[in-house]
Write a protein that binds this ligand. Sequence first.
Ligand SMILES: NC(=O)c1ccc[n+]([C@@H]2O[C@H](COP(=O)([O-])OP(=O)(O)OC[C@H]3O[C@@H](n4cnc5c(N)ncnc54)[C@H](OP(=O)(O)O)[C@@H]3O)[C@@H](O)[C@H]2O)c1
Length: 317
Amino acid sequence: MKVAILGATGKTGSSVVSGLLESTEPLYEITALIRPSSLEKAPAQELRQKGVNVVAADLSWPEDRLTEVLRGIEVVISTIDAANLLSQIPLANASKAAGVGRFAPCSFATVAPPKGVIILRDLKEDVLNHIKKIYLPYTVIDVGWWYQITLPRLPSGRIDYAVNPGEPEITGDGNTPSALTDIEDIGRYTARIIADPRTLNRMVFAHSALYTQNQVYDLIEKLSGEKIARKYVSSEDIQALIAKAEAEQDGPQSPNFYKLASYQYRNSWGIRGDNTPEHAQYLGYLNANELFPDMKGKSFEAYCKDVLDGKGYAVYR
Ligand SMILES: NC(=O)c1ccc[n+]([C@@H]2O[C@H](COP(=O)([O-])OP(=O)(O)OC[C@H]3O[C@@H](n4cnc5c(N)ncnc54)[C@H](OP(=O)(O)O)[C@@H]3O)[C@@H](O)[C@H]2O)c1
């Protein structure tokens, strides 16, 4: 199956490329759509070495030029970063013109209602609405929160190398369950989802674990033998932080936009409890665990043990 990926050099995109390369049924022929300024950089070279066909594609090109790049492609997957979500619209138009059979726009995030909770979700919904407006076949894939940004630091500093910098905080009372997935498994789920006719024109939710923040702390404390001070941030404080960031943000390219999105995410998965399989079902998602009962992502406990054994890595620095 011929698949083109936009964002193949990124964190989500690298996982998707690995998952597609690992797949034997079907076998995927992968084309990475790389913006011209990144064509000669190391990540693009690494893709070539893995056997990925690296081609230039600039989303600001005229749509008929993008269409030519996509001729013969069966599935387009986008894992573009949050700052550039709306630039997927010309790619969707070109995919439609090229006869692409399925477009997976960049979602790959937590479960949340379509509008009014997380500003990034709002933008993703605008893209999805456009896809529907042009009747482009699609699949939306969401994956919960990455394991790699879930663990708090330990007092000893032992896992600092693999976790988010900054002082760890618990959102609300820490008892809200939230779905989690190892970033490494996103590609494996994606490889199954995009080949399955049941997922056409549907949203699919893939996740490997469901934990409250208190349970995350309990687990890493038990496995490490260390005790972590628990700093709780109340719902009222999160709402105040959202209001302040909302007033200060100035569009997707501004740093305050990400601050706003990060508080909104915490409100969504940590207080509202949006990011659960039950809410996914309510919102109309198919559940990847039910679609592919033979597929098991890495458990969160196994991930924690890996990190304690020095086998983790940081996604943000
Ligand atoms: N579930 C979670 O916990 C979680 C956490 C973080 C992010 N996410 C989701 O994952 C998505 C991808 O984020 P990420 O962190 O994986 O991204 P990333 O690592 O920042 O990578 C972004 C990719 O987009 C490409 N790109 C950016 N602008 C482009 C443009 N104008 N034209 C073509 N390519 C462009 C970059 O290519 P270059 O090599 O050219 O720079 C890179 O390959 C986000 O939108 C977000 O929804 C989810």
